[in-house]
Write a new protein. Sequence first.
Length: 156
Amino acid sequence: MTCKAYFDGSCFLNYCGIGYVIRDSNGYSIYKGSAFAGRGDALRAEYMALMALLQRLAMLRIRTVMICGDSRTVVHQVTGRVNTRSTNRFLRLILTARQLLRENPGWNLKWIPREENGLADSLATEGLSGIKNGRSYETKHELASQLVVKAANDSS
C-alpha cells in the first residue's frame, strides 16, 4: 500500500509554522501535524516541515510513500535536480533528508503545485498560532495508522 504525504511551511513576520499530513492509499488522513517552528524565513519553514514529516514517517515505519511539497527549491535541492553549494545555509538539512531518502528506497519526493497542497498549507498556517502559546498540534488516527503501517510493511 502506498501512502501520500504532504508538507508545507509558512512564515509571517519572520515567525515560522510547519504542517504535514500523511494519507493512506484511499486518501484518508492517518496523521496530521502542525507546529510553531521558531523564527526564520519561508525557506527555513519549508525545510523544517520536510524534516518533521520524514521523522514522523520513520517513526511510523512507513516504507512506501510519495512525499509531496510545493517548494521547488526544497524538492529540487533535496533530490539533486539543482546543485547545492557547500555554503548553502541548509546544507546539513539537505544532506540529512537525502540520507533518509537513500535509507528508505520506497520514499519518493516530488514537487506539486500549491493548489494540491491545501491541507498541509492550512496546518502550517495553524502552526503560526503557536507563536502565542508555543504549542504544537498533532492528530493521529491510531487504528488507521496501525493498519496502514502493517499493510505497508506486509506489501514489502
